[in-house]
Design a protein around this ligand. Sequence first.
Ligand code: 13P
Length: 227
Amino acid sequence: MKKTIIANWKLNPVSLKAAQKLAASVPFKAKNKVVLCPPAIYLSSIDYPNVGAQDCFWQNQGPFTGQTSPLMLKDMKIKYCIVGHSEKRAVGDTDEMINAKVKACLAQKITPVLCVGFGTTVEQDDLEAVDLLKSQLSLALAGVEAKKVIVAYEPVWAIGTGRNASPEHAEQIAIFIQNKYGAGKVLYGGSVTAFNAKSYLQQPNIGGLLVGGASLKAGEFNQIINM
Ligand code: 13P
């Protein structure tokens, strides 16, 4: 079965021209399903079959300066939206806010990509990590049909550090998330590269990858999406 590879460009690249060039380097058809998540300001200018936002607000319109509305995303044909990324939790997103964002996305038929793993540490064993994830998942998925949600397990210590979680650990976590919450898919994210991507994609319960840094490198990303 096709796995899903989501590119989170974060706050890159710094011009529309560069963003369009990067998008043009990704073939429309690859072995895996590919979703590109550029910065919000470029969303309507990226020509790709599956485009996602990196975040959204939980209200659709009104006096909410600086926000991005799920209704507007839908109008722009955006199909996915990352919510609860560690980098958003680090600047104040709470589980309750994330739950509201998940629901607001689903109301517009946008697939939320719910990130969990903020607050995990490299020293934790699987049981400790699971305890933390339980709290994030049960709050973010409260009142939500979890099978419509993609969950991305991104241990925060692995994000942008070059220290990736082992594929066996990520697989165990994916099994737990699927069994206990019934998520539609569980992805792994955190220092994914062309060298380690295959080891995750080979795990039967890991449904794909959420890729940061390596998604900005055209050659490397092309390798990953065709593994
Ligand atoms: P890196 O792949 O750069 O570690 O980033 C992971 C991530 O945060 C994707 O959302």
